[in-house]
Design a protein around this ligand. Structure first.
Ligand code: FAD
Length: 448
């Protein structure tokens, strides 16, 4: 029996194994590691599963990500825009309002300062109006969030809203009179792999974990055995571990685990998520703007965000070409979920043409990636359900880590933080010596 089995080789599973060191094995259902951090594409065009960048307020976690990438990284500066009524408004929207018609600016400022929505908010819709006022909410926040979440915001809770920074009044005033301001400054500068797309990160971890990762192993049955755990694959192969860390979606864990009580299963079944389609469109032109991403709140366009891959790294496109990756959230079981990839691509290329983003006549490559578990939805019953599910898994002695295992809307830095904390707990001390980074490196990362 090996010491620790880790289910899932996304960022969470790979970093957990990296930090644990020793007698650890990672089991991954897919034939490639990386999970949401993989890439797709062809003919020299490459895309992340929705644009991924490395940034964090958690400098220790970020330092570990950068240390794993080594020299294969480049610095980027965010150059996002919001497509609003034909205008390319600086992102975040509140830092770009100077380009709007004057009456719009007045309405935004007035409703922000003299905001009638004073009652403490009880749901996401109320929170947007309470924090941002009518002007910003009606023009950008509400349509954008309705589009990305595919869930009425009055049915969403407030557990996750600390991800959305609040604009200081002084920034709004400065912007209104045309003085440049920056919002969301924690992600103004970012790192990105020079080559290989974001998938370089899980690939670099895989290289460090030589011989400890089994791909093509879908954990189909998990049962207690001899004081540890037996994990059986869909083809009947069995592995045994004293301790188990699950980074796979909670729904996949429960499908494999015996003896889940009906009320716990019901809580897990009621957890909500959105799926994702990413449409990669390559063009024979190097003339696309040097934006990192364009946010598109208008419901007339299928995508909510368009990423310009060559700005992340020129390695993402063939010489002389450009590409955009269009992100489309999909509510499972919705009419959109039934669309074929060709339907998605046809509509995306039409929308790109109409929005003036890409000339359809220059398109030379198109592909769609589908991801079932992409976004955790914090609906009003979220915290009760998650508590029931987590308490049950903890009572069985299985450790949860990761976006859809813990069921949290987190980026890779929070996955690394959880992997660090869990590894220290399981090792009863610090992480494996070979995975450590120096305090000096963490300080260097903190200085930016
Ligand atoms: C559109 C989009 C943009 C994002 N942008 C950023 C960004 O800019 N920066 C950032 O830091 N983060 C970003 N993220 C978040 C980031 O991708 C995730 O937080 C992170 O990749 C999650 O890693 P994970 O290992 O927890 O989960 P996953 O990546 O979901 O990994 C789970 C793994 O488990 C495997 N698995 C499932 N079932 C089984 C089974 N039964 N047996 C064995 N294996 C199984 C899966 O194949 C998968 O490999 C973004 C996410 C999305 C969707």
């Amino acid at each position: 029996m090996r010491d620790i089995g880790v289910l899932g080789a996304g960022i969470s599973g790979l970093f957990t194994a990296h930090f644990l060191g020793g007698d650890v094995e990672v089991l991954e259902a897919d034939d490639r590691v990386g999970g949401l951090a993989r890439c797709f594409g062809g003919e020299g065009f490459r895309s992340d599963i929705g644009g991924h960048i490395l940034f964090s307020k958690d400098k220790e976690a970020l330092a570990h990500e950068l240390a794993v990438l080594g020299d294969n990284r480049r610095r980027g500066v965010r150059a996002n825009k919001v497509l609003y009524q034909g205008l390319h408004v600086k992102y975040p929207f509140e830092n770009g309002i100077d380009v709007l018609p004057k009456e719009d600016i007045v309405h935004i400022l007035h409703s922000f300062v003299d905001n009638p929505h004073k009652a403490p908010p009880t749901n996401f819709r109320e929170w947007m109006y309470h924090v941002f006022g009518d002007g910003l909410t009606d023009r950008y926040l509400l349509p954008y969030n309705e589009k990305i979440w595919k869930t009425p915001p009055e049915q969403m809770s407030l557990e996750w809203v600390d991800r959305v920074p609040r604009p200081p009044l002084i920034d709004l005033i400065r912007t209104a009179v045309g003085i440049q301001t920056e919002g969301y400054t924690h992600q103004l500068y970012f790192d990105y792999p020079k080559t290989g797309g974001f998938e370089s990160l899980p690939k670099a971890l895989l290289a460090k974990l030589a011989g400890k990762v089994s791909t093509g192993f879908c954990a189909a049955r998990i049962a207690p055995v001899d004081g540890g755990w037996a994990v059986v694959s869909a083809s009947g192969e069995e592995r045994r571990y004293r301790r188990l860390v699950a980074t796979i979606p909670i729904n996949a864990l429960f499908a494999a685990l015996d003896g889940v009580p009906p009320e716990v299963q019901a809580a897990a079944d009621a957890l909500r998520f959105n799926s994702l389609r990413v449409a990669l469109v390559g063009v024979r032109s190097a003339d696309l703007p040097a934006y990192t991403a364009l946010y598109v709140p208008d419901p007339a366009s299928l995508y909510h965000r368009v990423c310009y891959n060559q700005v992340f790294s020129p390695d993402m496109v063939p010489a002389g070409c450009s590409s955009v990756s269009c992100e489309i959230t999909v509510a499972p079981g919705s009419a959109l979920d039934a669309w074929s990839d060709e339907q998605v691509l046809g509509r995306v290329v039409d929308d790109l043409g109409r929005d003036g983003i890409v000339d359809p006549a220059t398109v030379c490559y198109r592909a769609v990636h589908r991801e079932k578990y992409a976004y955790v939805i914090y609906d009003l019953g979220y915290s009760d359900r998650v508590r029931v599910v987590r308490e049950f898994v903890e009572s069985r002695g299985i450790h949860l880590a990761g976006r859809f295992a813990e069921y949290r809307y987190v980026n890779t830095d929070a996955c690394v933080r959880r992997a660090l904390d869990l590894s220290r707990e399981l090792r009863g001390g610090d992480i494996a010596p070979e995975a450590r980074v120096s305090d000096a490196f963490v300080a260097e990362v903190a200085r930016g």
